[in-house]
Ligand binder design. Structure first.
Ligand SMILES: O=C(O)CCC(=O)C(=O)O
Ligand SMILES: [Fe+2]
Length: 353
């Protein structure tokens, strides 16, 4: 996550627990369009659907880390606001994706209440794509900084998409054209807070899930985020591996929309948040997720044809005729009613020739 200075504010991640080893890609090499880095990015997006993105070593990256730190400071301010006050700005999915979610209103695997609160700040709200929403004064006061963060985060998403277009043999600009920054979407900057859990009563804080959108840029300082090993059963506790946050890096992951558009070549992996390991479990945990959603009227059809590596429909497969907004609402309702059991998706082999 941000810089060493922010890591120093918290106890260290224990050195003796197993962690998921994620590929570490460099923003600077991706900006330079280095072929090996681009190939490594594609591999990570097909196998784990998760990678670390290292922002150190170039001015764009260092600038983004500074902006991320300002967003962490804002997260602390938002979390300090009285819950009764935050409840005036309630998050009501699947129709309204912006605002505050208090602790305990979503169930975890075993039916008990979750242990996370968050506030979703809408991109359209900050950039003027929609009418301004009302937010707590500490957010209102920082509109220019939040907008600047979103603009740079979106340009990083655009860079990742340009590599994926090339790797999938899509025309340049295809993937980002379905998630532009200046047309209405459910894209948000989510500020999450997880209070320490009582000893002897620890549980999953945020239920295992895949992200519904396209791509997520996630900053963590303390541990707690876990990935399900590819192919494993979510009920098998030993298949969940901690990710160790790394200074200077964000965790990037793909959501289900990328799997849909690529007919399963790209991968969205199950993840969850549990209590932070060791001494880190005794302090508040903050994280920051830029969750990109497709523009509401984007088609969810697979991007096959015109020489792309994405296969057309085979027997028994059906075209997704919904637009992104309809698809997200249908998915959200299926998840909430238990009709869509969360599972990792994608990772289909590429057939050449
Ligand atoms: O807090 C985290 O580290 C992860 C949050 C997450 O997965 C999400 O908001 O979708
Ligand atoms: Fe997530």
């Amino acid at each position: 996550m941000p810089t060493q200075a922010y890591f120093k504010k918290y106890p260290a991640f224990p050195s003796d627990i197993p962690t998921a080893q994620l590929p570490r890609l460099s923003l600077s090499k991706l900006l330079d369009h280095e072929k090996d880095e681009s190939d490594a990015l594609f591999k990570a997006c097909r196998t784990m659907g998760f990678f670390l993105l290292d922002f150190e070593g170039c001015s764009e990256g260092e600038g983004f880390l500074k902006k991320a730190e300002a967003m962490f400071d804002l997260n602390e301010e938002v979390s300090a606001v009285d819950v009764d006050e935050l409840l005036r700005y309630s998050y009501r999915p699947p129709h309204s994706l912006f605002g505050f979610k208090p602790i305990g209103n979503i169930k975890i695997e075993d039916g008990r209440p979750d242990r996370v609160q968050f506030y979703n700040i809408g991109q359209d709200d900050m950039t003027g794509t929609s009418k301004p929403l009302s937010n707590p004064p500490c957010i209102e006061a920082r509109r220019p900084d939040i907008k600047a963060y979103m603009e740079q985060a979106h340009s990083i998403i655009s860079l990742i998409c340009s590599h994926l277009d090339k790797q999938l043999h899509l025309s340049p600009g295809t993937l980002i054209s379905m998630q532009p920054r200046n047309r209405p979407s459910g894209t948000s900057l989510r500020m999450l807070k997880y209070p320490p859990q009582p000893e002897g009563d620890q549980r999953t804080s945020l239920l295992g899930h895949t992200d519904i959108g396209t791509l997520t840029i996630l900053f963590n300082i303390t541990g707690g985020l876990q990935l399900l090993s590819p192919g494993a059963d979510p009920k098998d506790e030993s298949s969940w591996m901690y990710i160790q946050p790394a200074p200077g890096c964000a965790i990037v992951n793909l959501g289900d929309a990328m799997v849909e558009w690529s007919a399963g070549i790209l991968r969205s992996n199950m993840h969850r948040v549990t209590f932070a390991p060791g001494e880190q479990g005794k302090v508040d945990r903050y994280s920051l997720a830029y969750l990109v959603r497709a523009v509401g009227d984007a088609s969810m059809k697979r991007l096959s044809g015109d020489g792309s590596l994405i296969p057309g429909l085979s027997e028994g497969e059906e075209e997704n005729e919904m637009n992104a907004k309809q698809w997200e609402v249908a998915k959200g309702m299926a998840i909430m009613s238990g009709r869509d059991n969360a599972r990792s998706r994608g990772g289909r082999e590429i057939m050449v020739g």
